[in-house]
Design a protein around this ligand. Structure first.
Ligand code: AMP
Ligand code: MG
Length: 323
């Protein structure tokens, strides 16, 4: 059973030492809780895949403390530099070519010649990187395919019994609540591989050009994009999207001020604020799932702009037929 510790300086030091010893630590980031391992240690990285039951072809995001630290591992292009300057530390991940001399385990790349890398902004994530003195590979700290964790309690619920997991650092609820936006550069073209915590529009404004879409891409970008994993972020209950009414056998996940009456319902944002909705999404999906008792979850329509693109992406996958 993993030990859950409040994320004090002392606990974070202890967790950093565990990372150096090749064990796993779950920790809060501004996006979701991560399941972290020393990204330079093959056995430690392999144990992330084991603990999550994650397919080996799904690469991991490497977390580092600074842009300079990232430059030790990957080769930046001009657009990537612009994005790193604008959005790091923060919820944006860049997929870039591996440097030949990087000490990163090949397992983080899952057979590709690229690495997904980001600099997190959360104080606990930063403190853990400092304490570990290593790059930390960390996917979301949940069993593969299930809803991502935005609290320490969610982590314990899903992975508390994983023998590889030494500590869960509890730093409260994640402020953004959605995974990072992933940008890659197939053939040098900035491409949205996964919508996430930073809205497409913000990235396009900084780049001064449109992002290409991975869904249209084939080959490496297509294979590595989570779009290839249809069912993901899945609660136990079935979902019905774009619902403006609630049926007798349904609970309601509402959005905005005009929610229909339902016996059991939660509202992502009564005022219709997409940021608030993003922060609430995974916790409310879990809470409704627990209350549903066999009923379906009806989900009201969410505007497909700003963070709505990522929210709708997660909802679509949560509703997809289970593989
Ligand atoms: P997770 O760690 O669960 O938040 O998921 C990370 C996601 O980042 C993966 O599902 C991939 O889609 C993407 N990713 C990670 N590494 C790469 C890479 N080398 N090339 C393309 N996409 C990547
Ligand atoms: Mg995940």
């Amino acid at each position: 059973m993993a030990e859950c510790l409040s994320a004090t300086a002392e606990a974070t030091e202890k967790a950093g030492a565990a990372i150096r010893e090749g064990r796993l630590v779950a920790f809060p980031t501004e996006t979701v809780y991560g399941l972290g391992a020393d990204a330079t240690n093959d056995a430690a990285v392999a144990s992330i895949f084991e603990a999550k039951g994650r397919p080996r072809f799904n690469p991991l995001i490497v977390h580092v403390a600074s842009v300079q630290a990232a430059e030790e591992h990957v080769v930046f292009n001009a657009d990537a530099e612009t994005l790193a300057r604008a959005f790091w530390p923060g919820g944006l991940t860049l997929v870039l070519p591996r440097r030949a001399d990087t000490p990163l385990s090949l397992l983080v790349s899952a057979g590709l010649d690229t690495v997904a890398i980001r600099v997190p902004a959360h104080e606990t994530a930063k403190a853990l990187l400092d304490a570990a003195k290593r790059p930390i590979a960390a996917p979301s700290a949940n069993p593969s395919g299930r809803v991502s964790p935005t609290t320490a309690a969610h982590v314990v619920e899903g992975l508390g019994d994983a023998p590889q997991l030494a500590y869960v650092l509890d730093g409260g609820a994640c402020p953004l609540g959605l995974e990072s936006t992933v940008i890659g550069f197939p053939e040098g073209i900035p491409t949205l591989l996964r919508p996430g915590a930073v809205a497409r529009e913000e990235i396009e404004r900084v780049l001064g050009k449109r992002l290409a879409d991975a869904n249209a891409a084939s080959g490496e970008a297509g294979r590595a994009s989570p779009g290839q994993l249809e069912s993901h972020y899945a609660p136990g209950s079935a979902l019905r999207l774009d619902a403006d009414t609630v049926e007798a056998d349904e609970v309601l996940l509402a959005f905005g001020p005009r929610a229909p009456d339902a016996e059991t319902s939660m509202n992502l944002s009564p005022s219709g604020d997409l940021k608030e909705a993003a922060a609430n999404l995974f916790a409310m999906l879990r809470a409704l799932d627990a209350k549903a008792g066999g009923r379906r979850i009806a989900v009201m329509p969410i505007p497909d702009e700003g963070l709505g693109e990522a929210i709708n992406d997660r909802l679509k996958r949560a509703a997809a037929p289970r593989g």
